[in-house]
Design a binder for this molecule. Structure first.
Ligand code: ZN
Length: 604
């Protein structure tokens, strides 16, 4: 694929206002030459995240994350470099150029750009129809009766497609678009005689956008009770693919990143109503069951997802499905409990914005929801009913690591079933199949960082955490070469660094740090890794020797965690001694981080 010219990248770098870019994700305060704030990449109360506005680089002394402006967008928006560049170019109005684009690819890109432009125009046209045409009086009244403000509806670019068979068709032809383009954009259908007509007619139009806010298609809601079906969506075509995006992801992005939470609901008007209530971190499904791709989108928006789906059985099924799709991802699911038969937009009307915000704030962990549901569906008076409830509860408790929440839920379930918690625990511990499963599963999340190397490392959050620690250590070594070389010489690199690429980088740096670094010719992976480390190093240097020391300790901590997991697997060994060592290391890391922060302030 053709790449963007270095000149383009440079112009974007020049144009970006780092304070504006980072400030949208976390509040920054000036501290000498630096700006400091709470890190958007890990949970913290006291700021250890520093930004150098003139160099346009950032570094977190708490978790070691860092890099330049592009890296920041890659992380916060979940985009690969190329798209991060396009995102910034869009946002700061910079035209970027591809070097030697293959002519066929260039043509495809131009065609796509024209379709996007057509969809954009059409969205604006629908908006004018909604607010200006006589025909839209009914839809305007309906939206007002749903309690939605004009300002909100305009922000979401809600529009109206009139009942004529050819309004969009004629207007677009006049603007120079071909029939083929109208077809590819999903705006027309073909009749039996081969004639084209408008696909969306007499419908309230909700634009469906990608994460960058570009209109890809529409969801159309019937304007009258006589129309079937109630909702129609753009069908899959040249630009729209159903199940790939979330409604309003572009509008919710900043608020979701800031809150660390994203609310997911079903209907378009629910999403708009929640935004109006101040819950601007809300996104919606687009008329489909939650897909893998949408779960990926959710994970990019925030680490915690609050499901605000209908309490009816379809909504409950949707939540269980969401949990299945989300399993194995670093995503915490919580449930906003809604009274049966009422959707968020109804509730907003009956309980007001405060009431809705309270409901969202009172969300419960998904496991609690599952336990309550399992108990609610069985008749707990008879012995058979109780047995069935225990069967239903067994996999739920089997998946739960030992925790206060688990104990609390066990107490709750025991009370409802009418036995002592200890007795219920005993029943639940008798798995019908795979007798060893529950204890192993329970142990896994507790010592997540210490798991043995998984078969597909990049899929596993724990291995992400490990490679982050290893990378942060190497970045610090580069940031202070003299001390770094000593630290590399002192470390047992085979034991300390498990990610193969980083281990090779460590061995190279152990030899060459402080001199010009030469990567063996043709070793692209190592070249890439060294470049990645070098980008991060300047900003990491601010924390001084204490930061390097903190990373050395973290590396040791990760190694001890691995040894604890191995010891547990082997059935014993010196777990107590290792656990004590772990506690000491954790305290030492804390002290070093404090010191490196003091250092940051001192250099200002
Ligand atoms: Zn951090």
């Amino acid at each position: 694929m053709a790449r963007y010219t270095d000149d383009s990248i440079e112009r974007v770098r020049q144009a970006v206002d780092m304070l504006d870019l980072v400030g949208a994700k976390t509040e920054l305060k000036r501290s000498g030459h630096q700006w400091m704030g709470c890190c958007p990449f890990h949970d913290e109360r006291t700021p250890s995240f520093s930004v150098n506005v003139s160099e346009k680089v950032f570094h977190c002394f708490g978790c070691g994350e860092g890099g330049d402006l592009f890296r920041f967008v890659e992380l916060t928006e979940g985009l690969p470099f190329r798209e991060a560049l396009e995102y910034l170019a869009d946002r700061y109005n910079i035209t970027i150029e591809l070097s030697d684009e293959d002519p066929r690819a260039a043509e495809r890109r131009q065609q796509r750009d024209r379709l996007l432009e057509l969809l954009e125009r059409t969205a604006s046209w629908y908006v004018r129809q909604l607010w200006e045409s006589d025909e839209a009086a009914g839809p305007r009244a309906y939206l007002a009766q749903r309690g939605l403000d004009e300002q909100m509806l305009r922000q979401f670019r809600v529009g109206y497609a009139p009942s004529a068979w050819d309004a969009v068709l004629l207007a677009s032809r006049r603007a120079g678009y071909s029939e083929r383009e109208l077809w590819d954009a999903g705006l027309v259908r073909r009749g039996q005689k081969g004639n084209l007509y408008d696909f969306f007619r007499r419908r309230i139009q909700f634009p469906l956008c990608d994460a960058r806010g570009r209109v890809l298609g529409f969801g159309g809601r019937a304007a009258g009770p006589d129309q079937q079906p109630k909702y129609v969506n753009s069908s899959d075509g040249a630009v729209y693919h159903k199940g790939r995006h979330l409604f309003a992801a572009d509008l919710a992005r900043a608020a979701a990143a800031k809150a660390g939470q994203v609310v997911l609901c079903e209907g378009y008007t629910d999403v708009i109503a929640l935004h109006q209530a101040g819950l601007t971190n809300t996104v919606g499904l687009m008329g489909t069951a939650l897909t893998e791709e949408q779960v990926g989108e959710l994970a990019r928006l925030a680490p915690v997802v609050l499901l605000a789906l209908d309490a009816d059985s379809a909504g409950q099924e949707a939540m269980l499905r969401a949990a299945r799709v989300a399993a194995g991802r670093r995503l915490e699911l919580r449930v906003v409990t809604l009274p049966s038969g009422l959707d968020p937009a109804d509730l907003l009307l009956s309980e007001g914005a405060d009431g809705m915000r309270e409901r969202v704030a009172a969300s419960i962990p998904f496991v609690r929801f599952r336990v309550e549901r399992a108990l609610a569906t069985e008749d707990l008076v008879t012995g058979e009913g109780k047995d069935r409830a225990v069967e239903a509860l067994r996999p739920i408790f089997g998946d739960m690591p030992a925790s206060a929440l688990r104990d609390e839920l066990l107490d709750l379930a025991a009370e409802r079933v009418g036995v002592a918690p200890g007795k219920l625990g005993e029943w639940l511990a008798q798995p019908p199949r795979a007798p060893q499963a529950p204890t192993q599963r329970a142990a896994a999340p507790v010592d997540a960082a210490g798991q043995a190397a998984p078969s597909r490392p990049s899929d596993r959050p724990e291995s992400d955490a490990i490679s982050r620690v290893e990378r942060a250590f190497l970045v610090q070594c580069l940031a202070q070469p003299t001390e770094g070389r000593a630290a590399l010489a002192a470390a047992d690199l085979e034991r300390a660094i498990t990610t193969p690429g980083y281990r090779r980088a460590a061995l190279l740096l152990a030899e060459q740090l402080g001199e010009a670094i030469r990567v063996p010719e043709g070793d692209d992976e190592l070249t890439r890794i060294i470049a990645e480390l070098q980008v991060r190093a300047p900003q990491a240097a601010v924390g001084g020797r204490a930061s390097l020391q903190a990373e050395v300790l973290r590396l040791e901590l990760a190694a001890v965690n691995r040894e604890i997991a191995a010891a547990r697997g082997a059935g014993g060994a010196d777990i107590v001694g290792l656990a004590r060592r772990r506690t000491e290391l954790e305290a030492a890391v804390e002290r070093q981080v404090e010191e490196s922060l003091a250092q940051t302030r001192a250099t200002d």
